[in-house]
Write a protein of this length. Structure first.
Length: 160
């Protein structure tokens, strides 16, 4: 295992088709009235370019500052938020499909640390954003709240 070396800083990528129009899917990420139904529990406001908001994850007792770096309606969102040692960047790309559905791609980059720390951060991020997209899909397509973010780390269950 001594020969394992990273050749580049890894990034986390995931994506999913959501069977809703792009405007609905985009709104779900900038409007906390929707986002709190599938991801975090509270927010100090809508995402707007250049504005910092606070996202709360009440189930874990944490709150993080999020700064919207770019908002391109129905196309793209870029935010910066705290990482492990340095801020990281999350970018959503919304691709409207001809049949009225939307493909959402999420890329999380800017991780810092040694090889093991980088791999851990990237895998945690990819897992988290896959759950976020699954929760969004269930909400927008079937009006079902899966509580995936809250149930990922329930009290009394040690991480495996």
């Amino acid at each position: 295992m001594n020969d394992l070396q990273l050749k580049q800083i890894p990034i986390a990528k995931t994506g999913m088709l959501i069977r809703r129009p792009v405007a609905d899917v985009f709104e779900a990420f900038i409007n906390p009235d929707v986002t709190t139904r599938f991801w975090f529990t509270g927010s100090s406001g809508r995402l707007e370019a250049g504005r910092q908001v606070q996202w709360d994850r009440g189930m874990y007792g944490i709150s993080i500052p999020v700064t919207a770096k770019a908002i391109e309606p129905n196309r793209r969102i870029v935010i910066e938020w705290p990482g492990h040692g340095a801020p990281t960047t999350v970018e959503w790309i919304f691709a409207a499909q001809k049949d009225g559905t939307t493909f959402v791609s999420i890329t999380h980059s800017g991780f810092t640390g040694d090889g093991d720390a980088l791999v851990s951060q990237v895998t945690d991020s990819m897992q988290g954003f896959a759950l976020v997209l699954a929760g969004l899909k269930a909400l927008l397509e079937h009006n079902v709240r899966l509580n995936l973010a809250a149930d990922r780390y329930p009290k009394g269950i040690e991480e495996h």
